[in-house]
Design a protein. Structure first.
Length: 175
């Protein structure tokens, strides 16, 4: 199984990510936040236009390919003053979960942290997304508490903030 990351740079890449997001989010989040909130978040945060805006704001997006097939995507933003990386999106399609794809993706983000001299990676995950919280904890993230964020249209994100401290010289791969 060949896993690789492709930096998203074109409208075609952003459309592919939006399509992946729709499939993954509808399959995974329906029982957690409900269809109305999923639709709202996809429209405002994961449409091709929203992704293009985020890239303009400094977010790095990559499509994860397994044997040349789209298998997921990730997004992060380096915050140089705080020496942290915000891992904004980290999604693997259901057929590829449990096969090392997520670990590969995390190593790529750790490598980006090393290149940027960052020593922390942080993310937010829905509190009711128990399996995903456990998966992040297995990958070395520590739960730093609850965050509630009003995202508009009456929706609240009810999350945990998870943080992973990384050492310089963390496993480096070419991305």
């Amino acid at each position: 199984m060949l896993i690789e990351l492709k930096t998203a740079e074109t409208e075609q890449d952003f459309t592919l990510i939006a399509d992946l997001a729709r499939d993954i989010w509808l399959e995974h989040y329906d029982g957690i936040v409900g269809r109305e909130q999923i639709d709202y978040m996809l429209e405002t945060r994961q449409s091709p236009e929203a992704i293009a805006e985020q890239v303009e704001e400094g977010y790095h997006y990559s499509v994860v390919l397994v044997d040349t097939e789209p298998a997921g995507y990730l997004s992060y933003k380096v915050d140089q003053p705080s020496k942290e990386i915000f891992l904004n999106k980290f999604y693997v399609a259901a057929p590829y979960r449990g096969k090392g794809v997520g670990k590969y993706m995390l190593r790529a983000v750790e490598a980006a942290a090393g290149r940027s001299a960052c020593n922390k990676i942080w993310l937010v995950v829905n509190r009711n997304n128990v399996e995903t919280v456990r998966a992040y904890e297995k990958m070395g993230f520590i739960n730093k508490g609850e965050l509630k964020t009003d995202i508009g249209k009456g929706f609240i994100m009810d999350d945990y903030k998870l943080v992973k401290v990384i050492a310089f010289g963390a496993s480096i791969i070419n991305t």
